[in-house]
Each structure stands twice: as structure tokens, then as C-alpha cells.
Design a protein around this ligand. Structure first.
Ligand SMILES: Nc1ncnc2c1ncn2[C@@H]1O[C@H](COP(=O)(O)OP(=O)(O)OP(=O)(O)O)[C@@H](O)[C@H]1O
Ligand SMILES: [Mg+2]
Length: 300
């Protein structure tokens, strides 16, 4: 596809005996938003790192912003922004200093770097904390600063690896607003997420990865239809009460820590009780657990 922001075919990557990616195809049109969902260890971060040229694939090929990721990595890097899964800002600078420094590294004038930093600090609601050392920030504040850093240069293609994990509902809404504005201005966005509602809110297309393979893809509407025609809310299993869910999640966590993270458990039991997150057990079709019960997010 000549005008795709991202097109990947058959990406494969192994880490020793671990098959992290096993032939993943992805496509993101220019100006689109692709949501990549999957359980812990599915291969989401590996796919992002490969597409952002931080890691070479063992097989397959991909083009980002029109350039081959293996043959022309420098051209790719010039056109992308990346916010990794773990905040990468300098703890011994203030939030504002971090953004100004990164702006200068991009080649902005001091004035331009200051003004862009100020804009993003406002948009991501960091105004009160901008003058404090980042090592005094909460996890959610660091996360927002890290995302701000990835937005500084307004790159045409943006990768965000679980951008809202750890954010409170206000932080998440503020970030959704910023991302919505960016994509409305034409930025192509690939984001990984554990939250179906986030993908639904932001993404035109959703891909679900499990064990390094794409197990379902489509628009959020198509995935909803496959889940039962009336939305995400068709339970395939009896709804669990919070108490029974807690007991269930403890059992799962004991039996298989990788497939049932504490993070996912705390999300389900959050105050609203209405958050969605994807969860799988080995051998099951792609499933989504909500506080209302279990949903199938792909072909059964
Ligand atoms: N550098 C590495 N060395 C060895 N194994 C790795 C490495 N990076 C990833 N893996 C393995 O590859 C698989 C996919 O990992 P990846 O980080 O891509 O998953 P993920 O979908 O991002 O998971 P999460 O939701 O927990 O962030 C996992 O089994 C992981 O342990
Ligand atoms: Mg990851």
C-alpha cells in the first residue's frame, strides 16, 4: 500500500525458545488509528519495538511512513514518535526541563521548545507539577510526561505502548482528548492497550494478538457484532459478582501469573466497576472480561 502509515507482513521474532511474534500482519492507513490489544506476553511491545526500529524482526517485513524498517531505519525514526510501556523521562530534571531538552534534541529553537513544552504541559494537565523534579512525580504523572515527550515533534506516525495504563480516569480522559485532537489533525496512531473501551473510543481498527499471532481484527463495530450483535455485552459465561471475581482472579493469579496480571485484576475492581479489559486463559478463544461477565472478542 503506497499510502499506508504502517504496513507489516508476516513479522516474526523469537527470543531464544520464546516465540514472541509468529507471522503478524498489520496495516494502518495514513491518518488512521489502529488499536492493538492482547494479554500480557502476547507480543504487543515486541511488535511496537520492531516497527519503531528498536528491534530487528527475524522474518517478515514492514514499512513505516513509506520506508522499510530494516533498510531505512533512520528515515523511519525521523517520522515517528514513540512512548514505550515504561516512562523514559529523566527523573533528575523537572517535567518542563525534560520536554524542553527533548525539543532541543529534535532541533527546535529554545523558544519553540519552551512554547511546545508549555502547550503539552497544559494539554496533559501537568501545569502544577511542571516545575518539580520528575523523581517526585507519581507513576501516572510520569506516564503523561512521557506521552507528552512523544508528541513534542508532532510526528506523522505515533506509537503509544499502553499509554493510559496507570492513569486515573481524569488523566485517561485528558489523554484521550489530546490523542483525538492529534488524529483529527492527521497523525497516524498505533496504540497498544489492555482496555477495550480505549480501543473503541480511539481506534478505527482493532487487532487482537495472542501468542504472537493476530487472532481477530476488524472495526470495533465488527468485533462487537462478532461478540453477539448487540455490543460487547453479551455474556458467554455467567456474570461474576465482584466477590466471586476476586476469588477467581486469585485462583488464576496463583495458577498462571502471566495470563492474569494484578493490573488487570485491579482494573476490573476499580471504583466505577465498569471498565473493560481483555483477558484470556490458555486455550480459550479471545475473551474480554467485564464486570458484567465474559465476552467473546473474536471468532469462537
Ligand atoms: N528481550 C526479551 N528477551 C526475552 N524474551 C522477551 C524479550 N522481550 C519480550 N520477550 C518475550 O516475548 C513475549 C512477548 O513479550 P511482549 O513484551 O511483546 O508482550 P506484550 O504483549 O507487550 O505483554 P504486556 O501486556 O505484558 O506488556 C513474552 O513471552 C516475553 O517474555
Ligand atoms: Mg507490552
Amino acid at each position: 500500500m503506497a499510502d499506508a502509515a504502517i504496513v507489516a507482513e508476516g513479522l516474526g521474532k523469537c527470543f531464544g525458545p520464546v516465540v514472541a511474534l509468529d507471522g503478524v500482519d498489520l496495516e494502518l492507513p495514513v491518518g488512521g488509528v489502529l488499536g492493538v490489544l492482547g494479554p500480557n506476553g502476547a507480543g504487543k511491545t515486541t511488535a511496537v519495538r520492531i516497527l519503531a526500529t528498536l528491534l530487528k524482526p527475524d522474518r517478515g517485513r514492514a514499512r513505516v511512513a513509506g520506508f522499510d524498517i530494516v533498510e531505512r531505519p533512520a528515515e523511519v525514526r525521523r517520522r515517528i514518535g514513540l512512548s514505550g510501556q515504561y516512562a523514559a523521562v529523566d527523573p533528575f530534571l523537572t517535567g518542563r526541563e525534560n520536554l524542553i531538552m527533548i525539543g532541543r534534541l529534535y532541533g527546535f529553537t529554545r523558544r519553540r521548545a519552551r512554547s511546545r513544552a508549555g502547550e503539552l504541559i497544559g494539554q496533559l494537565e501537568l501545569t502544577g507539577a511542571a516545575g518539580r523534579l520528575v523523581r517526585t512525580y507519581s507513576g501516572g504523572m510520569r506516564r503523561r510526561l512521557d506521552v507528552a515527550a512523544s508528541l513534542l515533534a508532532a510526528p506523522p506516525v505515533l506509537f503509544l505502548d499502553e499509554p493510559t495504563t496507570g492513569l486515573d480516569p481524569y488523566g485517561r480522559l485528558a489523554l484521550w482528548q489530546v490523542l483525538g485532537d492529534l488524529t483529527a489533525q492527521g497523525t497516524s496512531l498505533l496504540l497498544t492497550t489492555q482496555y477495550i473501551e480505549e480501543a473503541e473510543r480511539l481506534a478505527g481498527m482493532v487487532v487482537i494478538i495472542d501468542h504472537g499471532r493476530v487472532v481477530a481484527s476488524g472495526t470495533p463495530g465488527q468485533l462487537k457484532d462478532r461478540a453477539g450483535g448487540t455490543g460487547w455485552n453479551r455474556s458467554l459465561r455467567p456474570a461474576r459478582t465482584r466477590g466471586s471475581w476476586q476469588a477467581h482472579s486469585r485462583r488464576l493469579a496463583r495458577g498462571n501469573r502471566r495470563s492474569m496480571s494484578q493490573r488487570a485484576g485491579s482494573s476490573c475492581l476499580s471504583q466505577t466497576g465498569r471498565e473493560f479489559f481483555p483477558m484470556w486463559r490458555p486455550g480459550w478463544p479471545p475473551l474480554v472480561c467485564t464486570s458484567a461477565g465474559w465476552l467473546c472478542a473474536g471468532p469462537p
